[in-house]
Design a protein around this ligand. Structure first.
Ligand code: 1DF
Ligand code: MN
Length: 350
């Protein structure tokens, strides 16, 4: 069951990890300031109040490795056979700050990332982080990322202080991604105050559950409010096995059709296609933190073999056996090569 993990494609494919996180010190300091000043929402208080300060071995490792873009990270990739990492600023990026601070931190993060990609051009790709609080600025940053920094794709850490990308103020961002042919990756953050409710007291606000339901909700809103009818070429990726939506797809599609037939929600513009259609034509999912054979097979069955991509989620996940789970999947070789390498090459335009 265990085998050596080497880079270089000895198994017939490269391993391209698509949801790999980094941070800059200014960003982590700013989260802590927000928490200490009592200006943070419940989500950030719980997440970065913890990750920013906890002395546990796991948390110290995560903090150190987020801030590293050099030898330790490359060594970690070598050890686990990850040929290439598509890097993005860790969640919630700049989205919890007021716009001016967000833009300063995101600009710096994008510059730091571009320099790292330049140092390790055969190992790293970068995604453009934005500050959706200022959509016009974000459009310019998407262009700078693509044209000047050589980035592939755009990262948004789900809700923007309780607001969602289907709302009109964010339309220029969706248009810039669609027209600029940039994959939009919606990464989780913990739910906003109006959704997190009792999740913190039950220990469920973070990656365990809150991340997934909030991000799945975000993507579903984008579908049911007609974003993909506005931008039929727009491609959106979500992690963690599609944030449970592939498993849920039959029921969501059925209930959506039922509500259309019965004339419920008539104020919503009718969609041109079904939820299944949008999931299979506009959405990609990654396997970040979901190294589970039945879950990955279900994603491939529900989404199609061209729409599932490998991710590790380093440094939050760094388990060599999870790479082996992918290598050992009982699926045809051609599907595995798509999963590990070629779907990412196509979707991110590497
Ligand atoms: C965690 C997980 C944190 C993921 C993350 O960013 C993150 C975690 C702050 O375990 O708390 O990206 N993840 O994607 O699963
Ligand atoms: Mn992640």
């Amino acid at each position: 069951m265990t085998h050596a993990l080497r880079t270089g494609g000895d198994r017939g494919y490269l391993r391209i990890a698509t949801e790999e996180a980094f941070a800059i010190p200014e960003q982590l300091d700013a989260y802590l300031r927000l928490v200490r000043d009592g200006r943070a929402d419940k989500a950030t208080t719980s997440l970065w109040g913890f990750y920013g300060t906890s002395p546990s071995e796991r948390t110290t490792f995560i903090r150190d490795r987020l801030l590293d873009l050099d030898a330790p990270r490359i060594q970690a990739m070598d050890e686990t056979g990850v040929d290439k990492a598509i890097l993005s600023m860790t969640s919630p990026g700049g989205q919890v700050f007021e716009a001016e601070e967000a833009k300063a931190i995101v600009t710096r993060g994008n510059d730091v990332l571009a320099a790292a990609v330049e140092r390790y051009p055969d190992r790293y790709y970068g995604m453009t982080s934005i500050a959706p609080q200022d959509a016009a600025w974000s459009v310019q940053e998407i262009k700078r990322g693509r044209d000047e920094l050589g980035f592939k794709g755009v990262m948004v850490n789900s809700h923007i202080q309780g607001h969602y990308l289907d709302e009109p103020q964010f339309d220029p961002i969706l248009r810039a991604c669609a027209e600029g042919d940039q994959l939009l990756y919606i990464h989780p953050q913990s739910p906003p105050d109006n959704m997190i409710a009792g999740m913190v007291e039950a220990g469920l606000d973070g990656a365990l559950f809150g991340f997934g339901v909030e991000t799945g909700y975000h993507l579903l809103r984008i579908i049911t409010t007609g974003v993909f009818d506005r931008y039929p070429s727009l491609q959106i990726a979500v992690g963690h096995g599609g944030e449970a939506l592939p498993y849920w797809l039959f029921r969501i599609n059925y209930m959506h059709q039922a509500s259309v037939r019965s004339g419920r929600y008539e104020r919503l513009k009718p969609l041109k296609k079904t939820v299944v259609d949008y999931m299979r034509e506009n959405v990609l999912v990654t396997t970040s933190g979901m190294a589970s054979e039945p879950a990955i097979k279900l994603c491939i069955e529900q989404m199609g073999e061209d729409r599932v991509m490998y991710a590790m989620d380093y440094p939050y996940e760094f388990v060599a056996d999870e790479v082996r789970v992918h290598d050992n999947l009982a699926i045809p070789f051609e599907q595995k090569k798509k999963l590990m390498q070629t779907n990412a090459e196509r979707a991110f335009k590497l």
